[in-house]
Design a protein around this ligand. Structure first.
Ligand SMILES: NC(=O)c1ccc[n+]([C@@H]2O[C@H](COP(=O)([O-])OP(=O)(O)OC[C@H]3O[C@@H](n4cnc5c(N)ncnc54)[C@H](O)[C@@H]3O)[C@@H](O)[C@H]2O)c1
Ligand SMILES: O=c1ccn([C@@H]2O[C@H](COP(=O)(O)OP(=O)(O)O[C@H]3O[C@H](CO)[C@@H](O)[C@H](O)[C@H]3O)[C@@H](O)[C@H]2O)c(=O)[nH]1
Length: 430
């Protein structure tokens, strides 16, 4: 079976490589010629551990190829995974233009039966729209099936999540389409949730919304723990051992970011509005997240007596460790606030870069964390990179003007840092 993967972003590239590793013949399609060139040269256009080795292996074995030519790619395949972006529009609704584009291309170029599998995160009801867009673009009728197969991988552990998923969700109208998708994943050993396309689409949003709400719950509790002088990490452990609650996604911090949670929560809230429903709990979870970084910023402002004329080092730009993704990263909100209060900001990240608007601002991008902390009145930790845990902290302390450490990820041991002479403030933890 020849498989086409449309979109070579995070999800598309990972999906293409995983399918190639499962033994399928795979073509990656993207209109972005630069991305395709990079992939053909054996490089991954973003940072994700393990992908480059897999890419080189499959390029060498000729089990994967990449192209910008939609018409040829669609004519030569049997099944198509849609992995194009679904970015947010200003009102929070989902920008469906790429989904529509690829659907119409499939309609225009497919010259026989195709199995179309939607992996992108899309609003409930998209499955029917994809079918309609394909049909209306067909010059003459050809049969096809559309299945919904949402993706649950996390950045930073994309390969492990894909090879050992917790579950595979398949939403399709006919048994044949379900079996065809199952066959593609035959080598996976995990539960399969087979359901309707609309339910599959909703499961994806419900999953991200639940995880985001769990984070906002612990983050809101962390604010109270700060007032009560209670360690929120101990609360998380104490409640997380109850299997009905579960220990994961209870790490308090300056909030969730990334290309998924903020966008998908906004998308689900928009779906609720369109259907005359209100998801009050989710609205609040989003609001807690939007303001969470301010909790730490306010503490720092009080401690420093304002930021005017103060030097502040921000360690960590990425929205989480092991990725260079800065989309919706809380570090950026913090930096913008610090700049607006006239702080002299120095930033470092092991791999992530500042976005263009911030790169133009008067701040200093540093090659090492030590350089960023030079002469600083405070250090903010915004991403829990492992390397930051093992820095020469006594050395950093002596390079700083004042040894104030604001830990936005509760990643350091408060007692150790205090014993070293730091003023230490985490989130619900000090
Ligand atoms: N990033 C994640 O961790 C993750 C995880 C699960 C689900 N998702 C969902 O998967 C989808 C893709 O996410 P991503 O992070 O890979 O997006 P991305 O923005 O990194 O990549 C999307 C790619 O699609 C390409 N594209 C646009 N139009 C196209 C067309 N007509 N044909 C072929 N390619 C086209 C773009 O050029 C781009 O390279 C989104 O719906 C997202 O919500 C993402
Ligand atoms: O206890 C926690 C766990 C996570 N986070 C933050 O939450 C965000 C998201 O983290 P994570 O879920 O690990 O990363 P993503 O790659 O965004 O993955 C999420 O979004 C993807 C896209 O939809 C889904 O496929 C995944 O299942 C879902 O976990 C990051 O900013 C984390 O710092 C916390 O603050 N506390």
């Amino acid at each position: 079976m020849n498989i086409l993967v449309a979109g070579t972003g995070y999800v598309g590239t990972t999906t293409a490589l995983v399918l190639a590793d499962m033994g399928w013949n795979v073509t990656g399609l993207d209109p972005d010629a630069e991305k395709i060139r990079t992939l053909l040269q054996g490089s991954i256009p973003f940072y994700e551990d393990g992908l480059e080795e897999l890419l080189r292996k499959h390029l060498q074995q000729a089990s994967i190829r990449f192209t910008t030519d939609a018409s040829e790619a669609i004519r030569q395949c049997d099944a198509i995974f849609i992995c194009v972006g679904t970015p947010p529009l200003p009102d929070g609704s989902v920008d469906m233009r790429y989904i529509r584009q690829i659907s119409e291309e499939i309609g225009r170029h497919a010259d026989g039966y195709r199995l179309v599998i939607v992996k992108s995160t899309v609003p409930v009801g998209t499955h029917a729209k994809v079918a309609e867009w394909i049909r209306s673009a067909q010059p003459s009728p050809h049969p096809f099936d559309v299945a919904s197969n949402p993706e649950f991988l996390r950045e930073g552990s994309a390969l492990a999540d894909s090879f050992q998923p917790d579950r595979v969700v398949i939403g399709a109208d006919g048994e044949e389409a379900v079996q065809a998708v199952r066959k593609l994943y035959a080598s996976l050993n995990c539960p399969f949730v087979v359901t309707t396309p609309r339910t599959a689409e909703m499961i994806k949003y419900a999953s991200n919304a639940f995880l985001a709400t769990k984070i906002s719950y612990i983050n809101e509790l962390a604010r109270l723990c700060d007032s009560l002088d209670i360690d929120v990490n101990e609360i998380a452990r104490g409640i997380g051992l109850d299997p009905r609650i579960g220990a994961l996604f209870l790490r308090a911090g300056i909030g969730y970011g990334g290309s998924c949670f903020p966008k998908d929560i906004a998308g689900l809230l928009q779906t609720a509005r369109e259907n005359g429903a209100r998801l009050g709990l989710l609205e609040e979870a989003a609001e807690i997240n939007r303001t969470q970084y301010l909790h730490l910023l306010n503490k720092a402002r009080v401690r420093l007596g304002g930021f005017q004329g103060k030097t502040v080092a921000v360690l960590g730009l990425a929205f989480k460790p092991d990725t260079d993704d800065i989309r919706e990263a809380p570090s950026l909100r913090l930096i913008r606030s610090l700049l607006s209060e006239n702080a002299d900001v120095r930033v470092h990240d092991p791999i992530a870069k500042l976005p263009p608007d911030l790169a133009r601002q008067p701040l200093t991008s540093c090659g090492t964390p030590e350089e960023a902390a030079q002469g600083a009145d405070a250090v903010f930790l915004c991403t829990e990179w492992k390397a930051y845990r093992h820095l020469d902290w006594p050395g950093i302390k002596s390079a700083m003007k004042q040894a104030n450490l604001f830990d936005g990820r509760n990643m350091m041991n408060a007692d150790h840092m205090k014993a070293m002479g730091f003023y230490y403030q985490g989130i619900g933890y000090r």
